[in-house]
Design a protein around this ligand. Structure first.
Ligand SMILES: Cc1ncc(COP(=O)(O)O)c(C=O)c1O
Length: 415
């Protein structure tokens, strides 16, 4: 396991050493060195995370919050320690973080426990055009059951939010604004702090989808000032099936449980059940203990590099990749927001996205193709599918060069 590279933004990071922390990046696929550019989909894991998960199963595997024996206390301490570690990373209180399987669960928790009991016919849920389906479909389910309606905040052609249209859309019937921090298809970084301030002034509760933000830039939830913030662990070097919902304590205290079972109760009898306090009230059943042990290690790892360093490194990779793709004739990039994360969705004249991605894979390059769980956004651009290259801090300029060489070869093959 490597020691943290640096914890000071001023000290240069040895990126080659960082890359060497990721065993999977040594792989070859189809006989070619792997170029992994599908980080917006899921991130790779450093050895420190893999070893933390392994260490849990080897040395203190036990269930949490139930057993009084030594292993049980060690497992509980590690699980609750992960909650505290995440809270410190995001500058919030640990008892405001509900640990769960990821963003999808977190947003559904808000939908079922906060929105469903409160919204009614005549209320409006405002969502942006650039949301992932995880921040659309739960609201459609709520709307169908409550009679509330969904309103869409539109975007400009460059992939930025239409702020004026959004302000106009915040009418008194709007009870909730669901907005992504960073778009998974366009890379657009939304000014969530300002948007949440605007919404709060009008009494609108805010749900921010932080899936594509937390892994790539410093995030201070107190500074953002939202009501709910959801994120997922597997995109931030952590294990799959981990993530959290942060919520203001007053919301958590007022919310009924979403799922019932063990761990989320204080007392059960057939005359009635007393629920546990938040956040445990929302964590029914045995959690992904190993996953959260790994996620705590992931946060240590990211903090060791420094999120400001990661942000700067990825901005450099984005600029290099964008310049390289812009130099290719017939390539169109969707999303040109001035504040943009390292996510590049592109179209190639005369080639279908799936064909491109399939042939790129044969050259060792992993990019995602399709609709990226954002059908309404592709409908806005009038395209059926895109390819998406999303480098992370452990990728290199040389890999971008290899990707461009592979793209040229693939285009020749496609005629
Ligand atoms: C912006 C955004 N929201 C939500 C999700 C869903 O995350 P998960 O599948 O981890 O719940 C993703 C994952 O691709 C995403 O990019």
């Amino acid at each position: 396991m490597s020691a943290p590279v640096t914890d000071m933004a001023a000290v240069p990071v040895d990126w080659a050493r960082v890359r060497a922390d990721f065993p999977l990046l040594e792989r070859h696929v189809h006989g070619k060195p792997l170029v992994y550019f599908d980080n917006a989909n899921t991130g790779q894991k450093p050895a420190a995370v893999i070893e933390a998960v392994d260490g849990y199963y080897r040395h203190f595997n036990a269930n949490v919050s139930r057993a009084v024996h030594q292993l049980g206390s060690e497992a509980t301490e590690a699980y609750e320690g992960a909650r505290k570690r995440l809270a410190r990373f995001l500058n919030v209180r640990a008892d405001e973080l509900v640990l769960c399987s990821g963003t999808t669960f977190a947003i559904n928790l808000v939908a079922y426990s906060w929105a469903l009991p409160r919204l009614k016919a005549g209320d409006t849920i405002l969502v942006s055009r650039m949301e992932h389906h995880a921040n659309i479909v739960p609201w459609q389910l709520v709307a169908a059951r409550t009679g509330a309606t969904i309103r869409v905040a539109e975007i400009h052609e460059d992939g930025t939010l239409d702020r004026e249209a959004l302000a106009r859309a915040m009418t008194p019937d709007v009870k909730l604004l669901a907005i992504t921090h960073v778009s998974n298809l366009l890379g657009t970084v939304n000014p969530v702090r300002e948007l949440c301030r605007e919404a709060r002034r009008r009494g609108i509760v805010t749900v921010v989808d932080g899936s594509q933000a937390v892994p790539h830039r410093p995030v201070d939830l107190q500074a953002i000032g939202c009501d709910f913030y959801a994120f997922t662990g597997h995109k931030m070097c952590g294990p799959t099936g981990t993530g959290a919902l942060w919520a203001r304590r007053e919301h958590l205290e007022a919310m009924p449980p979403f799922l019932g079972g063990g761990e989320m109760i204080r007392e059960v009898s057939f005359d009635g059940t007393v629920f546990n306090d938040p956040p445990h009230r929302f964590e029914a059943g045995t959690p992904n203990i190993a996953g959260f042990v790994g996620l705590a290690a992931a946060v240590d790892y990211l903090d060791g590099i420094g999120m400001a360093n990661i942000e700067a490194r990825e901005a450099d990779l984005l600029a290099y990749l964008t310049t390289a793709l812009d130099a290719e004739p017939g390539v169109r990039i969707l999303g040109r927001a001035p504040d943009k994360a390292a996510v590049v969705s592109f179209l190639v004249e005369g080639a279908h996205a799936h064909d491109l991605a399939t042939l790129l894979d044969l050259e060792g390059v992993a990019v995602r193709s399709g609709q990226h769980c954002a059908h309404p956004l592709l409908q806005f651009y009038g395209v059926a599918a895109t390819c998406r290259a999303s480098p992370a801090f452990y990728n290199t300029h040389a890999e971008i060069d290899a990707f461009i060489t592979a793209l040229r070869k693939v285009r020749r093959l496609l005629g």
